[in-house]
Design a protein around this ligand. Structure first.
Ligand code: GUN
Length: 284
């Protein structure tokens, strides 16, 4: 029997709908900083702005020149930290090559209260401790957890294999799953015999960005597949999984597009609402 399709779009729409009353009541504002013109970033930002429109979230797209100096970029970050009208902001990654090595310093400069990407050490550290402290968790891993919850796919006691070890997806996702009782294996570009591990997965989460790298012979029948990777070819967006073939053996699978992507955006907006809630509490 072909796999159940796990529609992240549906989960995202429900989450966004549920946030509308709080957005109307608290009127938060999200700022998205883009440096340069990376086409993938422009496309992600377009999706984020579209969802802001849809839920009535105030938003601003600050588009900075690709050749901006690190000092000037830091000034923009400082100004956003200081601006009391700005609830939260993100700096879309990757940065242009001359700034890439400064990314950790830049992320460190973002006020944790406004770090709606959840990329800074404070928010990552809280996420590390326990699900109850996930106040501003990183948006993509958080979106994956929401999809699993929505479709009532338990993780406790399951063997989850995560392929990818980035600071914004693979590593935090592994920790969030571990904190929910999963047995987690993390594979990455240096892993020898990837298929040996992927074949053991009850749930396989891939975040690599290499089209069709997970083939039917690399998974066991009944596996749940969460495809987080995104790459582009002439036909459009592609996930990491050979969807057409793998869906014949998996029990459930997220499509690309329409899977994890919309949930990343919805989680970001939820973080913005949560940030506003805390900021108002702190003022009371
Ligand atoms: N680049 C790819 N995904 C993301 C994301 O979720 N946030 C930011 N800031 N940059 C990204």
């Amino acid at each position: 029997m072909p796999a159940q399709i796990l529609s992240g779009r549906e989960v995202a729409d429900q989450l966004l709908d549920s946030l509308k009353p709080q957005i109307e009541a608290m009127n938060p504002k999200l700022v998205i900083v883009q440096v340069g013109d990376d086409p993938a970033s422009s496309s992600y930002i377009k999706q984020k702005l579209k969802s802001c429109e849809k839920v009535g979230l105030r938003h601003e797209h600050r588009h900075l020149a690709a050749d901006i100096s690190f000092e000037d970029l830091m000034k923009s970050v400082d100004a956003l930290n200081e601006d009391s009208d700005v609830t939260g902001f993100i700096v879309q990654l990757p940065l242009p090559s001359h700034l890439e090595s400064h990314a950790p310093q830049l992320i460190r400069a973002i006020d944790p209260k406004k770090d709606v990407d959840g990329f800074g050490a404070y928010n990552l550290g809280k996420m590390f401790l326990s699900p109850e402290f996930e106040h501003l968790p990183p948006a993509t891993p958080s979106g994956v957890i929401e999809i699993l919850n929505f479709y009532k796919i338990p993780v406790e006691g399951k063997h989850v294999v995560v392929v990818g070890r980035s600071n914004i997806v693979g590593k935090p996702l592994a920790v969030m799953l571990l904190n929910r009782g999963a047995t987690v294996t993390v594979c990455h570009s240096k892993t020898k015999d990837l298929a040996h591990f992927t074949k053991q997965a009850d749930i396989l989460c891939t975040a690599v960005g290499k089209a069709k790298m997970i083939t039917r012979d690399m998974v066991r029948p009944g596996v749940v597949i969460i495809d987080i990777g995104v790459s582009r070819d002439a036909e459009g967006l592609k996930g990491d999984v050979d969807f057409e073939n793998v869906k014949e053996v998996a029990s459930a699978i997220t499509p690309v597009p329409g899977g994890v992507g919309p949930m990343t955006v919805a989680s970001l907006i939820r973080n913005c609402v949560r940030a506003k809630e805390r900021q108002l509490e702190a003022m009371a």
